[in-house]
Design a protein around this ligand. Sequence first.
Ligand SMILES: Cc1cn([C@H]2C[C@H](O)[C@@H](COP(=O)(O)OP(=O)(O)OP(=O)(O)O)O2)c(=O)[nH]c1=O
Length: 198
Amino acid sequence: MSSNVSSKFVLASASPRRVELLTQIGIIPDAIAPADIDETPLKDESPRRLALRLAEEKAKAVVSAHDGAYVLAADTVVACGRRTLGKPDDAAEARKFLGMLSGRRHRVYGGVCVIAPDGILRSRVVETQVIFRNLNEGDINRYLASDEWQGKAGAYAIQGLAAVFVRKILGSYSNVVGLSLYDADALLRGLGYTPEAG
Ligand SMILES: Cc1cn([C@H]2C[C@H](O)[C@@H](COP(=O)(O)OP(=O)(O)OP(=O)(O)O)O2)c(=O)[nH]c1=O
């Protein structure tokens, strides 16, 4: 079993949302070490497997530079029908994604991976279902003008203006924002880390 005595906590993510979410549960990273990995899906890779693989690869990419630390990484993938919606390249792609999400149910898969100081790796995927109301052209135009779609999987951020699109959500809200706090806490505790002593 890993021990957290004087262990540092490293967040392997460039996402400011993930820092904010962890702060909410009293975890302030000692270091932020974004992992620069190729996020291209493999051939026939499901969104669930993609989210898990990328979270694991992000954690593994930074662990060697942070000996003796707990390393946490995450990845968020939006899936609509059989399509995986990544971060849109431009406004045209964001428009396409929002059109696909309009009036439908989609799934947000959050991969979470923790590597403990002794090298033990634990990971899981969290699924949240989100149902959007119908979006008309005005809704989409206003949303695109806000720029909130940029850098967000599926071209929306539930924590911002897009909250009004969300008719129903089934599962973890923080998973949609970028990191399920329930699951991050469960993985960290399972590996012996507690924020108080960390
Ligand atoms: C669906 C959704 C996604 N997002 C964001 C969370 C993630 O930052 C982003 C998905 O991209 P990710 O590749 O998961 O993360 P990232 O590139 O921002 O950071 P890093 O790889 O360094 O960890 O989309 C929201 O902020 N709100 C939402 O409602």
